[in-house]
Design a protein around this ligand. Sequence first.
Ligand code: C2O
Ligand code: CU
Ligand code: CU
Length: 474
Amino acid sequence: MLNRRDTLKLGAIAGAGLLLPVSRLSSALAEATALAPFTQPLPIPPVLAPTSTSSVADFYEMTIAPTTANILPGLSTPVLTFNGSFPGPTIKARRGRPVQLKVTNTMSTPSSVHLHGANVRPASDGHPVDLIQPGASKTYLYPNQQPAATLWYHDHAHHIEAEQVYRGLAGLYLIGDQNTDSLQLPSDEYDIPLLIRDASFDEQGRLLFTLDGFASRTVVLVNGAQQPYLSVRRRKYRLRLINAANSRPIKLTLSDGGQFVRIASDGGLLEHPVTGAEIELWPAERAEVVVDFSTRQTGDTVILENIFNGPNTPGRQLLQFQVAESAPDNSQVPNNLSVHPVFGQPIITRTINLGRDPTNTFYAINGLPYDPNRIDFQCKQGSTELWVVNNTDGQYNFPHSMHIHLVQFRVLDRNGVAVGPEEAYPKDTVRIPAGQTVRILVRFSSPFTGVYPYHCHFLDHSSAHMMAQLEIVP
Ligand code: C2O
Ligand code: CU
Ligand code: CU
């Protein structure tokens, strides 16, 4: 497990930018052990059943445990799991109906479980030092007083979240609501989660982890499987896309040049659908899209591809859709999906610099390493702030992102260019390419006050100090 000395060794990595030559990215091992592509069905993570329900809440339990998973043919891979599932089981919640989640940690290391994108009290936020020690349990309370959204939960233990998420501690948490039901979007078996992450394996099938070792993570897994296929009917599907990789940005396309109709962003529905042929998602970003397979013929195949690094992107072909017969389809994508809140005028402008510290030994926010006891500023509950977030690592070509717990913010512009509506709201994570500046409006409208982290969501960076915290005060 990661110790302080490993963290400090990071200094040696500076200069290894994101866009490495493809020759250095290829892994002979991954090719040698790969199944023939598109021969195993796409796994769908199991939906977690409540252990009990009452008139006021649903109760769930999960156990964090090391186990093994069959990821590569003939090999068994030690992984860390919630309830033995890689990735973890999916929790389906409803707006207005609270969830109580009891998590028991049977690993030898501490954990903390964070529900990414959720509006929750600090005590249930999975703060990096609010740990579930080995052998202990903790109950998180999720009020679900927020619009329908594709959220995800993941480990957040101080300094080790990168490794623990990489080894498997992540899963989906879907909130549904009446507004979304009334839209008649594709649902049930036509609503498919695609949790995408990368990995590096040794010849025995063990996951290799080194902090910032993204260049060797050339195997890309969808719902824990390498290059699976999904048999689809000739009709519309809703796909929930989650980039759950530690450090790999993806840009998704369909191999037949088809279009995605984007309907939701990180924190829920867009106001109106946005049609396009590419979906760019950096770590922790989500998009919900509708793809209409009725425009294909039975027997066609369409491959979901990642072309972020161009045609030779490692693990480019992620998933194959195999088009079967038609199926009845009365789903639709209405032009009006939701109505977004109006933000007030910002009462303060803050400058947040994401970049290596001046001595180039760690990833810093405003020059400082993460200290769970330090609060960088206080924010007034109910107010709106303008954050100017600079990526100051242009010289190293390091990408970063900004994730703020608790809130869904509004992205204004990147290097002065307004972002499209698909990236404007509701967002909890925004990408900041090397050397660029992104401006966001943050509104602290939550009923909750207290201390919350904000950090780069390249988990290899947040685990190496690129994290800070604010305090919301009444
Ligand atoms: Cu998904 Cu603090 O992170
Ligand atoms: Cu979060
Ligand atoms: Cu970063």
